[in-house]
Design a protein around this ligand. Structure first.
Ligand code: SF4
Length: 192
Protein backbone atom coordinates (compact mmCIF):
# COMPACT_ATOMS: atom_id res chain seq x y z
CA UNK A 1 0.00 0.00 0.00
CA UNK A 2 1.26 3.45 -0.80
CA UNK A 3 0.49 6.90 0.48
CA UNK A 4 0.46 10.20 -1.35
CA UNK A 5 2.36 12.77 0.66
CA UNK A 6 3.11 16.48 0.73
CA UNK A 7 5.75 16.67 3.49
CA UNK A 8 7.12 15.12 6.68
CA UNK A 9 8.81 17.36 9.26
CA UNK A 10 9.61 17.58 12.96
CA UNK A 11 8.28 20.57 14.88
CA UNK A 12 6.11 21.53 17.84
CA UNK A 13 2.32 21.37 17.96
CA UNK A 14 1.25 25.00 18.10
CA UNK A 15 -2.51 24.60 18.54
CA UNK A 16 -5.13 23.12 20.84
CA UNK A 17 -4.83 20.78 23.81
CA UNK A 18 -1.31 19.61 22.94
CA UNK A 19 0.21 23.05 22.34
CA UNK A 20 3.93 23.03 22.95
CA UNK A 21 4.38 19.29 22.46
CA UNK A 22 7.09 18.18 20.01
CA UNK A 23 5.65 16.14 17.17
CA UNK A 24 6.48 14.76 13.75
CA UNK A 25 4.00 16.10 11.19
CA UNK A 26 3.03 13.88 8.28
CA UNK A 27 1.10 15.94 5.75
CA UNK A 28 -0.84 13.71 3.39
CA UNK A 29 -1.57 15.02 -0.07
CA UNK A 30 -5.04 15.76 -1.38
CA UNK A 31 -8.35 16.74 0.14
CA UNK A 32 -11.96 15.72 -0.43
CA UNK A 33 -13.09 19.34 -0.01
CA UNK A 34 -12.05 22.47 -1.90
CA UNK A 35 -12.59 25.33 0.54
CA UNK A 36 -12.04 28.66 -1.17
CA UNK A 37 -10.21 30.06 1.89
CA UNK A 38 -7.76 27.13 2.08
CA UNK A 39 -4.13 28.23 2.42
CA UNK A 40 -2.54 24.82 2.98
CA UNK A 41 -0.21 23.42 0.34
CA UNK A 42 -1.30 19.79 0.25
CA UNK A 43 -0.19 19.12 -3.32
CA UNK A 44 1.34 15.73 -4.00
CA UNK A 45 5.14 15.88 -3.60
CA UNK A 46 6.02 12.20 -3.23
CA UNK A 47 4.64 8.70 -2.91
CA UNK A 48 5.87 6.28 -0.23
CA UNK A 49 5.06 2.88 1.22
CA UNK A 50 3.89 2.57 4.81
CA UNK A 51 7.24 1.23 5.99
CA UNK A 52 9.04 4.14 4.33
CA UNK A 53 6.81 6.67 6.10
CA UNK A 54 7.38 4.98 9.47
CA UNK A 55 11.15 5.11 8.80
CA UNK A 56 10.99 8.78 7.73
CA UNK A 57 9.14 9.64 10.95
CA UNK A 58 11.90 7.94 12.95
CA UNK A 59 14.55 9.67 10.87
CA UNK A 60 13.00 13.10 11.53
CA UNK A 61 11.92 12.74 15.15
CA UNK A 62 13.80 9.80 16.66
CA UNK A 63 11.75 8.43 19.56
CA UNK A 64 9.38 11.41 19.68
CA UNK A 65 6.13 9.87 20.95
CA UNK A 66 3.75 12.12 19.02
CA UNK A 67 2.98 11.93 15.30
CA UNK A 68 0.36 14.16 13.70
CA UNK A 69 -1.30 13.08 10.47
CA UNK A 70 -2.60 16.16 8.74
CA UNK A 71 -3.43 17.33 5.25
CA UNK A 72 -5.34 18.07 3.12
CA UNK A 73 -7.59 15.41 4.56
CA UNK A 74 -5.56 12.54 6.06
CA UNK A 75 -8.54 10.20 6.27
CA UNK A 76 -9.25 10.46 2.54
CA UNK A 77 -6.58 7.90 1.63
CA UNK A 78 -7.32 4.17 1.78
CA UNK A 79 -3.90 3.35 3.28
CA UNK A 80 -4.23 5.74 6.24
CA UNK A 81 -5.67 3.16 8.72
CA UNK A 82 -2.73 0.85 7.95
CA UNK A 83 -0.30 3.74 8.47
CA UNK A 84 -1.93 4.51 11.83
CA UNK A 85 -1.47 0.87 12.91
CA UNK A 86 2.15 0.80 11.74
CA UNK A 87 2.99 4.02 13.61
CA UNK A 88 1.34 2.70 16.78
CA UNK A 89 3.31 -0.53 16.43
CA UNK A 90 6.45 1.63 16.24
CA UNK A 91 5.58 3.19 19.59
CA UNK A 92 3.90 6.42 18.47
CA UNK A 93 0.83 8.15 19.77
CA UNK A 94 -1.03 9.08 16.61
CA UNK A 95 -2.96 12.34 16.30
CA UNK A 96 -5.18 13.17 13.34
CA UNK A 97 -6.28 16.59 12.12
CA UNK A 98 -9.39 16.03 10.01
CA UNK A 99 -12.25 17.98 8.50
CA UNK A 100 -14.58 15.31 9.96
CA UNK A 101 -16.40 14.45 6.75
CA UNK A 102 -15.24 10.84 6.28
CA UNK A 103 -16.34 8.15 8.73
CA UNK A 104 -13.25 6.10 9.55
CA UNK A 105 -13.07 3.82 12.59
CA UNK A 106 -10.06 4.78 14.72
CA UNK A 107 -8.33 2.97 17.62
CA UNK A 108 -9.27 4.45 20.99
CA UNK A 109 -5.73 5.73 21.63
CA UNK A 110 -5.75 7.89 18.49
CA UNK A 111 -6.32 11.59 19.22
CA UNK A 112 -8.78 13.13 16.77
CA UNK A 113 -8.97 16.86 16.13
CA UNK A 114 -11.90 17.87 13.96
CA UNK A 115 -12.04 21.23 12.23
CA UNK A 116 -15.42 21.30 10.48
CA UNK A 117 -15.74 22.97 7.12
CA UNK A 118 -18.75 22.69 4.81
CA UNK A 119 -20.22 19.47 6.26
CA UNK A 120 -19.60 17.03 9.09
CA UNK A 121 -20.13 13.29 9.60
CA UNK A 122 -22.00 12.70 12.89
CA UNK A 123 -19.80 9.71 13.80
CA UNK A 124 -16.67 11.83 13.53
CA UNK A 125 -18.27 14.64 15.52
CA UNK A 126 -19.02 12.12 18.27
CA UNK A 127 -15.49 10.66 18.10
CA UNK A 128 -13.60 13.98 18.20
CA UNK A 129 -11.29 14.55 21.16
CA UNK A 130 -11.19 18.26 20.44
CA UNK A 131 -12.68 20.69 17.95
CA UNK A 132 -10.96 23.56 16.20
CA UNK A 133 -13.15 26.38 14.89
CA UNK A 134 -11.47 29.02 12.76
CA UNK A 135 -12.60 32.53 13.67
CA UNK A 136 -12.42 34.75 10.61
CA UNK A 137 -14.68 37.76 10.98
CA UNK A 138 -17.16 35.68 13.03
CA UNK A 139 -17.34 32.72 15.40
CA UNK A 140 -18.86 29.81 13.40
CA UNK A 141 -21.11 28.89 16.31
CA UNK A 142 -23.53 26.84 14.19
CA UNK A 143 -21.14 23.87 14.42
CA UNK A 144 -21.10 23.77 18.21
CA UNK A 145 -24.38 21.86 18.63
CA UNK A 146 -22.98 19.04 16.44
CA UNK A 147 -20.48 18.05 19.15
CA UNK A 148 -20.98 16.49 22.59
CA UNK A 149 -21.15 19.08 25.37
CA UNK A 150 -17.97 17.71 26.97
CA UNK A 151 -15.77 18.00 23.85
CA UNK A 152 -13.41 20.97 24.16
CA UNK A 153 -13.94 23.56 21.45
CA UNK A 154 -10.98 25.74 20.56
CA UNK A 155 -11.55 29.07 18.86
CA UNK A 156 -8.60 29.79 16.62
CA UNK A 157 -8.29 33.34 15.25
CA UNK A 158 -7.40 33.20 11.58
CA UNK A 159 -3.91 34.54 10.98
CA UNK A 160 -3.67 35.60 14.67
CA UNK A 161 -5.29 38.84 13.44
CA UNK A 162 -6.19 41.21 16.33
CA UNK A 163 -9.85 41.57 15.24
CA UNK A 164 -10.24 37.78 15.11
CA UNK A 165 -8.43 37.38 18.45
CA UNK A 166 -10.84 39.90 20.00
CA UNK A 167 -13.87 38.02 18.64
CA UNK A 168 -12.55 34.71 19.98
CA UNK A 169 -11.72 36.12 23.42
CA UNK A 170 -15.16 37.75 23.69
CA UNK A 171 -16.89 34.48 22.79
CA UNK A 172 -14.76 32.46 25.23
CA UNK A 173 -15.47 34.90 28.07
CA UNK A 174 -19.18 34.82 27.25
CA UNK A 175 -19.31 31.00 27.23
CA UNK A 176 -16.38 29.89 29.39
CA UNK A 177 -17.70 26.36 29.83
CA UNK A 178 -17.81 25.82 26.07
CA UNK A 179 -14.90 27.63 24.45
CA UNK A 180 -11.15 27.89 24.79
CA UNK A 181 -8.79 30.16 22.92
CA UNK A 182 -6.17 28.57 20.64
CA UNK A 183 -3.48 30.78 19.18
CA UNK A 184 -1.16 29.54 16.48
CA UNK A 185 1.83 29.70 18.82
CA UNK A 186 4.23 28.17 16.30
CA UNK A 187 3.82 31.34 14.22
CA UNK A 188 4.96 33.51 17.17
CA UNK A 189 8.21 31.60 17.42
CA UNK A 190 8.79 31.34 13.70
CA UNK A 191 8.51 27.58 13.26
CA UNK A 192 6.08 25.78 11.01
S1 SF4 B 1 -10.81 20.83 4.34
FE1 SF4 B 1 -8.97 21.92 5.06
S2 SF4 B 1 -7.29 21.20 3.74
FE2 SF4 B 1 -9.23 20.62 2.72
S3 SF4 B 1 -9.65 22.31 1.28
FE3 SF4 B 1 -10.75 22.77 3.21
S4 SF4 B 1 -9.33 24.06 4.44
FE4 SF4 B 1 -8.12 23.07 2.79
Amino acid sequence: MTLQLAEIFYSVQGEGTWTGTPAVFVRLAGCNLACDFCDTDYALKFVAGIGEVVARVRGEGGDCPMVILTGGEPLAQAATPALIDALRADGRRVHIESNGTIDVSLPSDVWLTVSPKERLHPAMAARANEVKLIVDGRVPAAWVASFPATTPIFLQPEGNKPANVALAVEAAKREPARYRLSLQTHKFIGVR
